[in-house]
Design a protein. Structure first.
Length: 100
């Protein structure tokens, strides 16, 4: 929460009266701090919100490689059976659930 308060102070600016409120929030217990921070976030203008969120998107991070390499999906059964969707009942399931 301290990092969020610091980021909000940068976005809002030193001359804004909300800075005193943010400094007061910084000294609150954690439970009260979360409630007060949510209230402050709701008061942000769209430009301030974009500045706050846009800063975190500017980091140049390389996309992570997958931990496991999966084989490509199999489209045909090796034994020649027809494949159906997972939620579809095959035609040979007659009277399975009491159907006629």
């Amino acid at each position: 929460d301290g990092e969020l308060i610091d980021a909000l102070l940068e976005v809002i600016g030193a001359g804004d009266p909300r800075c005193k409120e943010l400094k007061r929030i910084h000294r609150m217990p954690p439970a009260e701090q979360k409630v007060a921070l949510r209230a402050q976030l709701k008061l942000l203008t769209p430009e301030e919100r974009e500045a706050l969120i846009g800063d975190s998107d500017s980091e140049d991070e390389a996309p992570a490689k997958p931990a496991v390499q999966l084989a490509p999906a199999q489209m045909e059964c090796p034994h020649g059976h027809s494949l159906t969707a997972f939620g579809v009942r095959p035609p040979d399931y007659r009277k399975f659930d009491g159907d006629e």
